[in-house]
Design a protein around this ligand. Structure first.
Ligand code: SAM
Ligand code: SF4
Ligand code: SF4
Length: 337
């Protein structure tokens, strides 16, 4: 039986983002800068990371509390071996009608088919530039863009459509890629989403000056591509949607810095080590792994999760200030984007 649980601001727990690993083969400066996430960095020991069985069990508990949508993320989720086994398990969770995955695309060529066969129906691939030099500099491990583009083609070939493409826009780094990206990813096969650079974690040296506001992104686009706004698919959708007036498909902007959307935020996050975070900008999460491993029943776990959600008051993006930027926050790679 599903019992909807509401937080202090009357927001239901509709979405769960599950980070399956805190590791990544890229070192995007806005997420895992090399200087911090280098050789000496303490990633989670293997035993601390939830098994697929543990994740699937928690997913069922969340579904019982009204969660309908699950996104697998990380770190880089496709670094987790046999991820398709987890996808198969999650694809059959009663009540979850939307199962999706966000990836940097580096292993998509190899994995697209097994993910599709396992029941994954939607996919988001992060691509910050088409220009190879800019792309390599942004992932900071010299990974060529053509391999990600081939992965995206492989995903299309096995039936993913439309594929969402995420581009984080950083002032002076890839802003001149906005139009080339919009030209390349136009058409019904793709939904390109431009994301404002956010102050997630404490290591990415975020500064307001480096944010290209969504309004500016839209005005740069409309200088060449006539766009019209489209209504949201559902309350709580993170992207503001636009459509090419000439029928060339859809784009979105995720403006969490300049136009925050906390009022509709129905997202919980489960870190790779089984902590429940109620906001992307939270500093701590509630440990679900210990009770899970100590033999808690599904009812015990549901009570724990609903208690945390009922107490939730998070609205970080609406109260962001120079003071909040400096406060301790968990890293994006731990709790998933
Ligand atoms: N590794 C996968 C990837 O890059 O798609 C999944 C995890 S990543 C943390 C999820 C999303 O968060 C990506 O689209 C990434 O671009 C975005 N992201 C990471 N750091 C960000 C930041 N500081 N501001 C805005 N978006 C960010
Ligand atoms: Fe890795 Fe994704 Fe973070 Fe880039 S954004 S470092 S690909 S987890
Ligand atoms: Fe949700 Fe926190 Fe982002 Fe607001 S800042 S939209 S509460 S995750």
């Amino acid at each position: 039986m599903i019992s909807t649980v509401l937080d202090q601001l009357q927001r239901p727990l509709r979405d769960l983002r599950i980070s399956v690993t805190d590791r990544c083969n890229f070192r995007c400066g806005y997420c895992m800068p090399k200087e911090v996430f280098g050789r000496g960095y303490d990633f989670l020991p293997k035993d601390d990371v939830l098994t697929f069985e543990e994740i699937a069990r928690l997913a069922r508990v969340f579904a019982g509390l009204g969660t309908e949508k699950i996104r697998l993320t990380g770190g880089e989720p496709l670094l987790r071996r046999q991820l398709h086994r987890l996808v198969s398990a999650l694809a059959t969770v009663a009540g979850v009608h939307d199962l999706t995955l966000t990836t940097n695309g580096s292993r998509l060529l190899e994995e697209a088919k097994s993910l599709r066969d396992a029941g994954l129906r939607r996919l988001t691939v992060s691509v910050d530039a088409l220009d190879d030099e800019i792309f390599r500099a942004m992932n900071d491990v010299d990974f060529p863009v053509h391999r990600v583009l081939r992965g995206i083609e492989a995903a299309r070939a096995v039936g993913f459509a439309p594929i969402k493409i995420n581009m984080v826009v950083k002032r002076g780094v890839n802003e001149d890629q906005i139009l080339p990206m919009a030209r390349h990813f136009r058409g019904p096969e793709f939904i390109l989403r431009f994301i404002e650079f956010m102050d997630v974690g404490n290591t990415n040296a975020w500064r307001m000056e480096d944010v290209v506001p969504a309004a500016e992104i839209i005005s740069r686009l409309t200088a060449e591509i006539p766009l019209e706004p489209v209504a949201a698919n559902y309350p709580g959708e993170v992207a503001r949607r636009y459509r090419h007036r000439d029928g060339g498909g859809e784009i979105g902007v995720i403006s969490s810095v300049t136009q925050p959307f906390c009022g509709d935020c129905t997202r919980a996050r489960l870190s790779a080590d089984g902590r429940l975070f109620t906001c992307l900008f939270a500093s701590t999460g509630v440990d679900l792994r210990s009770p899970l491993r100590a033999g808690a029943s599904d009812t015990d776990l549901a009570e724990l999760v609903s208690g945390v959600w009922r107490a939730r008051t998070d609205r970080y993006s609406e109260i962001r200030s120079s003071a909040t930027v400096a406060q301790p926050k968990a890293e994006m790679s731990l709790l998933g984007g």
